[in-house]
Design a binder for this molecule. Structure first.
Ligand code: 15L
Length: 273
């Protein structure tokens, strides 16, 4: 344990969007934060910074010294060609889990995504919420890489007693950017609440949770997160009038953006180059 209140947390992909929210938010909560990314951001904040690639075991071994919890965010955050997803998201995630076991880090919190289950249809959940135990239905190669993340997390929890939580993150931005995101929004403050709760939850073995705020229109089961101490406090409803006024299209429940959990990701084709 370090001298901080909770210990040392390593965030991979700490320069990215979610990483930027978490690295300052978790430091404010009393964690000693170590950030790892390909670049150093102009304003890393109260963070010990490491530059390197999660694909490099030596980089990971150095970054995981004296670490209590790894938050694994690094990866391509959208659809891409399979070979790139394979290298960065699938092999990169394997490397992170393997390095955690090799270096005796007890807990890994991994950023899965709603796109692991993106082909589920909203209309089928008009009177219920979608659970975390449904069959994976990835909507992209990106989503496939998140299913792999959840699978290797489960394998390493069973094989190596690693404590693992996989967070199917919704849309983590300052504010919802579209009508769909009124359902899927995870506020930056709730993201910090969620990852802090998962980092400190007693008796964690293996869990999948949805990473979403307390949105009036959310249709994902919040109970697994709640059981682990996550109390969401934000609701996208405060942005609803603004989002509705700015929406360019007419609401059509058959539009993939609204029909599927993963929205337009269900229509994405990987780039050719
Ligand atoms: C994700 O997994 C992406 O990384 C992010 O860019 C958003 O598009 C988000 O899902 C979403 O579904 O809104």
């Amino acid at each position: 344990m370090s001298e901080s209140t909770h210990g040392r947390i390593l965030i991979t992909g700490a320069a990215g969007g979610v990483g930027t929210f978490l690295r300052t938010g978790l430091a404010d909560r009393g964690w000693a934060v170590r950030g790892l990314d390909l670049v150093t951001p102009p304003d890393p904040g109260p963070v010990e910074w490491r530059v390197g690639d999660v694909g490099d075991p030596a980089v990971l071994d150095a970054a995981m010294q004296d670490v209590d919890v790894v938050v694994h965010l690094a990866g391509i955050p959208v659809e891409d060609r399979f070979d790139r997803i394979l290298k960065t998201n699938i092999d990169g995630t394997y490397q992170v889990f393997d390095a955690a076991v090799r270096n005796g880090v007890p807990r890994v919190l991994a950023a899965s995504s709603n796109h692991a289950v993106g082909y589920y249809e909203r209309a089928d959940y008009a009177d219920s919420t979608i659970g975390v135990d449904v069959r994976p239905r990835p909507d992209t190669y990106y989503g496939v890489s998140k299913v792999f993340m959840e699978a290797i997390g489960s394998f390493y929890a069973d094989r190596h007693n690693l404590q693992v939580a996989c967070v199917r993150i919704g849309s983590c931005f300052e504010a919802p950017r579209s009508r769909r995101m009124l359902d899927t929004w995870l506020s930056p403050a709730d993201a910090v609440r969620l990852f802090h709760a998962l980092a400190t939850a007693p008796d964690l073995r293996y869990e999948i949770v949805y990473g979403v705020s307390a949105n009036k229109t959310a249709w994902w089961d919040m109970e697994p997160g709640r059981r682990l101490g996550y109390v969401a406090q934000d609701d996208s409803d405060v942005f609803a009038a603004k989002v509705e006024a700015e929406a360019a299209d007419v609401y059509d429940p058959e539009d993939p953006e609204y029909k599927y959990l993963g929205g337009v990701f269900t229509t994405f084709v990987p780039p050719e180059d």
